[in-house]
Ligand binder design. Structure first.
Ligand code: G6P
Length: 463
């Protein structure tokens, strides 16, 4: 067994059963693949929830889980009703809270049903806490990841005070005014449990500061925080991008684009990514600059996410309608200004990342945003990054990007135009700088920095 334990709801791979064999594919989102990369060549135990029917079966039958040498994966089987309620709290409340997505006249609705779900969120976290307590070797280091597991730290501080722990939040952390949308005992439990870890980690000082200010409203002592921004590994990305699958996707892309300049985005189909305003901005550009109508295409690769939440389904409809409207307004037969692909096609996204002229990342709020960094190291056309000031990655990349204020559609349209019309020498200089900045703190180094700050936890007391 290893003395490093990594805990996340998602495992390093999405597992499925094919003819009785366990097959490992890419996990959703930026977090799991980055953590997996960070662990390359290290001994570690990864504890995750069994996320699908196949994964539950794999766990129940104790089938061996393929993983690179040194890595052991354990899946926790969570009863259905606990898993469903946990998703409601984690994705329907905490994600909205930390990304500032609540439409406060209506949400959140903290009623009896919500409190029942919160109980189950607790139960889910307790299951994880108990499993870690059972499996972690004496004095091991435990890195707990993200908002789905906010209450694990508190439980571990009680059950296993010998463990050195960090709770790392990959999302933003909300401000105190936002946290006050939850009942104060719930808010205190949330910040108190994260603060019970030896350190609370964040990608930027902004989120760490928000957490300290939130904690200050409920806790007696200031929590220990650490800031460790995650970068990307250019060599690994270059390897992936040279695969035959990506080469084939590049050929398909070039046929579809047909000589036009490419504005690209790649995101989970996610409210915080601000996809509809991105289309609106592109529409304003085409409206104001007829010269561009025939010579630029907006390629949006979106992979479906959290479809059990009605907000996400409604948003998907809005996204599809926005793309269709632009195509009806500005398209010609066989030449549409928007190519929208809703699919989980990693090869196609890597192909587009190497080929864009402009990458649009206009998220409302994001803990880091690795797409911006992946594009910076993969792009071969001196592509310009239009980057939201509200994402963690702006702290590192902002100086070489064109800044975008995510609510300002007209400003975003101007930013895309500026990017498209930027002189080649300027584009080149910025692209080189972006690639350098994005490669700082690659996953393995990031993890070292986090592990170095782990300390034995202690139950935080409320003020
Ligand atoms: C973000 C979060 C992760 C989450 C991922 C995918 O990257 O920080 O914790 O796993 O999105 O979301 P999902 O709900 O599909 O796990």
């Amino acid at each position: 067994m290893s003395d490093l334990v990594v805990v996340a709801t998602r495992g390093p791979f999405a597992l499925r059963l094919e003819a009785g064999e366990v097959v490992a594919g890419r996990a959703a989102g930026g977090l799991a693949p980055s953590l997996a990369a960070a662990l390359e060549g290290r001994r570690a135990l990864w504890i995750a929830a069994a996320a699908s029917r196949d994964e539950r079966e794999i766990a129940a039958r104790g089938l061996p889980i393929p993983a690179p040498e040194g890595l052991t994966v354990r899946l926790v089987v969570v009863p259905d009703e606990i898993a469903a309620a946990h998703r409601l709290i984690a994705n329907g409340t905490l994600w909205f809270l930390h990304h500032g997505l609540f439409d406060r006249a209506h949400r959140p609705t903290v009623d009896r049903r919500w409190h029942e779900a919160w109980e189950r969120y607790r139960a889910y976290n307790a299951l994880f806490g108990d499993e870690i307590a059972r499996l972690a070797p004496a004095s091991a280091t435990v890195v707990i990841n993200d908002y789905q597991l906010s209450l694990v730290g508190g439980r571990l501080a009680e059950l296993r005070p010998d463990l050195a722990t960090v709770h790392f939040t990959h999302t933003p952390f909300c401000v105190p005014e936002e946290l006050r949308t939850l009942p104060s005992d719930v808010a205190a439990e949330l910040v108190g449990s994260i603060a019970s870890c030896g350190a609370a980690g964040f990608h930027t000082e902004r989120w760490a500061g928000n957490f300290r200010r939130c904690a200050g409203e409920y806790l007696a002592d200031e929590p220990r925080t650490l800031v460790s921004p995650l970068g990307v590994d250019p060599r690994r990305l270059a390897r992936e991008s040279a695969s035959p699958g990506v080469e084939a996707a590049r050929a398909r892309l070039s046929a579809a684009v047909d000589g036009r300049r490419i504005v690209f985005r790649s995101d989970r189909l996610e409210l915080a990514k601000n996809i509809v305003r991105g289309f609106a901005a592109f529409g304003e550009l085409l409206e104001a600059e007829p010269g561009w109508r025939d010579s630029v295409v907006f390629l949006a690769h979106l992979y479906p996410s959290r479809e059990e939440l009605p907000e996400y389904l409604a948003y998907r409809n809005e996204v599809e309608r926005a793309a269709t409207r632009l195509n009806e307004r500005f398209g010609k037969p066989g030449r549409l200004p928007v190519i929208l692909e809703i699919a989980d096609d990693h090869d196609a996204s890597l192909a587009a990342l190497s080929s864009y002229d402009v990458l649009l990342v206009n998220a409302l709020r994001d803990g880091m945003n690795l797409v911006a960094k992946e594009g910076a190291v993969l792009n071969t056309r001196d592509g310009v990054l239009c980057l939201s000031k509200e994402v963690g990655a702006f702290e590192a990349l902002g100086e070489a990007a064109v800044a975008v204020e995510p609510f300002d559609i007209a400003g975003t349209a101007r930013a895309i135009r500026e990017a498209l019309e930027m002189p080649a020498s300027d584009r080149h200089a910025r692209a080189r700088r972006l690639a350098e900045l994005a490669a700082l703190h690659p996953p393995a180094e990031w993890l070292e920095g986090v592990v170095a700050e782990a300390r034995p936890g202690r139950r935080a007391s409320t003020s």
